[in-house]
Design a binder for this molecule. Structure first.
Ligand code: P6P
Length: 343
């Protein structure tokens, strides 16, 4: 008889891995899990109720906010507020950090950075979307939490994860001791362990990037694209091109099957499109913990100096040997794009 292990049971079982945590991190992950189930319920019926379409407002990046973006953001912020373990929420949907100072949060020790609904433009066409979260411990020790608590490099994350609302709803997370995946069983309303100790293959045969931007790609990326498309039986090329347009869905597929996801810098977006704090860093943490590699084309994403909440970063992440290959071509053909400290 297969024994179902729920997310809650798993978190408690793993709690002993955290000497300093007296259950706070477990409660934080629980709060995120609860909000994810509520968001999942709305995403799954988006076509039936008036929750599709635009709100008529715009986020910090000038992107039109969808009703579900705002709904999801509200759900996570309220779950984290009620849970009492979080003192700051950094969200893609909020220009400024949300400082939580309720009575239950006065001893809160954690910061949560979140993209509440990544890929939301795909909802209207029924394509997978997701939530990305990243968790840090507070650095300041007295008074209200400060902005510096939220501006920590990716290497300081204590946990990171994502929820993919797809053909099934999965929550995948790491606390630095490997990656585990949980599938939502709607009949019992629980995330159940379905993908223990997830590992990404060292070699992959899928590349994911928006080839419509080809003319704007750095030369190193253009050369890598040609490498992927060249015929070579020994290395099983040409690879397959798969691009969903939801980062979580593309990265999740590559995590399971092997592959590389690329969103590079372009002339008009010198740091790329995707955000470091609540997209690049959490997904990089997960991919590295699963045995993959996550780079900005030249160095670890996790080592990138975090200077502002909404800063962007070029993203090259997935199977280790695929990322190594594109880094080799970037250093040869686009050395001018290397971070200054590497010059
Ligand atoms: P493009 C979704 O809007 C998103 O932020 C990521 O989830 C996705 O990978 C990327 O943007 C898609 O961007 O420019 O290819 O449409």
């Amino acid at each position: 008889m297969s024994v179902v292990k729920t997310l809650g049971q798993f978190i408690i079982e793993k709690q002993k891995d955290f000497p300093y945590a007296k259950g706070e991190l477990s409660r934080l992950l629980r709060d995120i899990g609860i909000a994810s189930k509520i968001v999942n319920r709305e995403v799954n019926k988006a076509g039936l109720v008036d929750i599709l379409g635009e709100v008529g407002t715009y986020n910090t990046h000038g992107e039109s906010q969808k009703k579900l973006d705002v709904f999801a953001n509200d759900q996570f912020i309220s779950a984290l507020t009620i849970g009492g373990e979080c003192c700051i929420v950094v969200s893609e949907e909020n220009d400024e950090p949300v400082y939580i100072s309720s009575d239950v949060s006065k001893n809160a020790r954690y910061i949560v950075a979140i993209d509440p609904l990544d890929g939301s433009s795909n909802i209207d066409v029924n394509v997978s979307v997701g939530t990305i979260f990243s968790i840090y411990r507070r650095l300041s020790t007295e008074g209200p939490a400060k902005i510096e608590d939220a501006l920590q490099n990716g290497t300081e994350q204590v946990a990171a994860g994502y929820v993919v609302y797809g053909s099934s709803t999965m929550l995948v997370y790491t606390t630095g001791k490997g990656v585990n995946g949980f599938t939502l069983d709607p009949s019992i309303g629980e995330f159940c362990l379905s993908h223990p100790d997830m590992k990404i293959p060292k070699d992959g045969f899928i590349y994911s990037l928006n080839e419509g931007n080809y003319v704007h790609f750095p030369q190193g990326v253009k050369n890598y694209l040609k490498y992927c498309q060249a015929e070579d039986i020994e290395t099983k090329r040409p690879y397959s091109s798969r691009y969903i347009g939801s980062m979580i869905a593309d990265v999740h597929r590559n995590l399971l099957k092997g592959g590389i996801f690329i969103y590079p810098s372009t002339a008009s977006a010198p740091r790329g499109k995707l955000r470091l704090v609540y997209e690049g860093n959490p997904m990089a943490f997960i991919i590295e913990q699963a045995g993959g590699k996550a780079s900005n084309g030249f160095q670890r994403i996790l080592d990138t100096e975090v200077e502002s909440l909404h800063q962007r970063s070029p993203i090259f992440m997935g199977s280790e040997n695929m990322v190594l290959k594109v880094e080799e071509l970037m250093s040869i053909h686009s050395p001018e794009l290397a971070p200054k400290e590497m010059m």
